[in-house]
Design a protein around this ligand. Structure first.
Ligand SMILES: [Zn+2]
Length: 247
């Protein structure tokens, strides 16, 4: 196989994803801030593939972003309402209908700009520590509608989502809130599935380095391993514990 790399999707040219990516317009601007370790370690690079599907998105690599001129220009622009996807007590949960009127009022006629940290928990914390301008952004979160579909990279914590899944869930929540349009919700997930199928085939192929003898376990059946040393906990929110009633 050719070792030449496609410098758009960063996969080998022979496996390049680019022809299969369908541009999906969104009202929201997505800004993926990728930790350099993520770039090196995450072979699947779902953050990059998501960025390539969304024409209204940008991707920047780094750890501290206070000196990043394009990021700072977005934050300064009075036409933007910049928020950070980061779960926590002070985050507005866009999956809760009661939170929407207040959020929509704060947004006003401005463009919603969502910053996503493409990193592990530890990486995301460091990025925030080194970026006071990101710390000051209002925070949003969502309640995921489905557990992670990630089989390849063992999600250490039930409900940790890949960047692609988190973007999908956020678009679902924004669309339900009337703040965006997401006409092809299956597209990102189909892309995710194709990527996983390919990686599983590779992992089972004894001719390839990194051959895996045991099959991957079902993500839903895994025991959460929070706090396990070396676990790559992602910071993105997981699914709701158990929904009571649904409208
Ligand atoms: Zn490519």
């Amino acid at each position: 196989m050719s070792r030449e790399t496609c410098y758009r999707c960063f996969w080998p040219r022979s496996l390049c994803w680019c022809p299969s990516l369908v541009a999906m317009p969104t009202r929201t601007r997505f800004v993926f801030l990728m930790h350099p370790k993520e770039f090196k370690q995450e072979k699947a690079a779902t953050g990059r593939l998501t960025h390539l599907c969304l024409p209204n998105s940008e991707l920047h690599m780094g750890i501290g972003f206070d000196a990043d001129e394009s990021v700072q220009a977005l934050i300064r622009d009075p036409h933007n309402h910049c928020v950070l996807l980061y779960p926590g007590k002070e985050a507005v949960n866009l999956s809760l209908p009661a939170a929407i009127p207040g959020f929509a009022a704060a947004l006003g006629p401005r463009r919603l700009v969502v910053f996503l940290l493409d990193a592990t928990w530890a990486g995301a914390r460091k990025m925030l520590r080194l970026s006071p301008s990101l710390q000051r952004l209002p925070r949003i979160m969502f309640t995921a509608t489905a557990p992670s579909r990630y089989v390849i990279k063992q999600q250490p914590q039930a409900g940790c989502l890949s960047t692609l899944e988190a973007t999908h869930e956020l678009l679902l929540a924004l669309t339900r809130a009337g703040l965006d349009d997401y006409p092809l919700p299956e597209q990102l997930l189909a892309l995710f599935q194709r990527m996983q199928d390919f990686q599983i085939r590779c992992a089972r192929d004894p001719a390839r380095a990194g051959y895996r003898r045991r099959p991957y376990s079902d993500p839903a059946a895994r025991v959460p391993a929070c706090g396990r040393s070396g676990a790559r906990n992602r910071y993105l929110p997981g699914p709701a514990p158990v929904a009571g009633t649904s409208g």
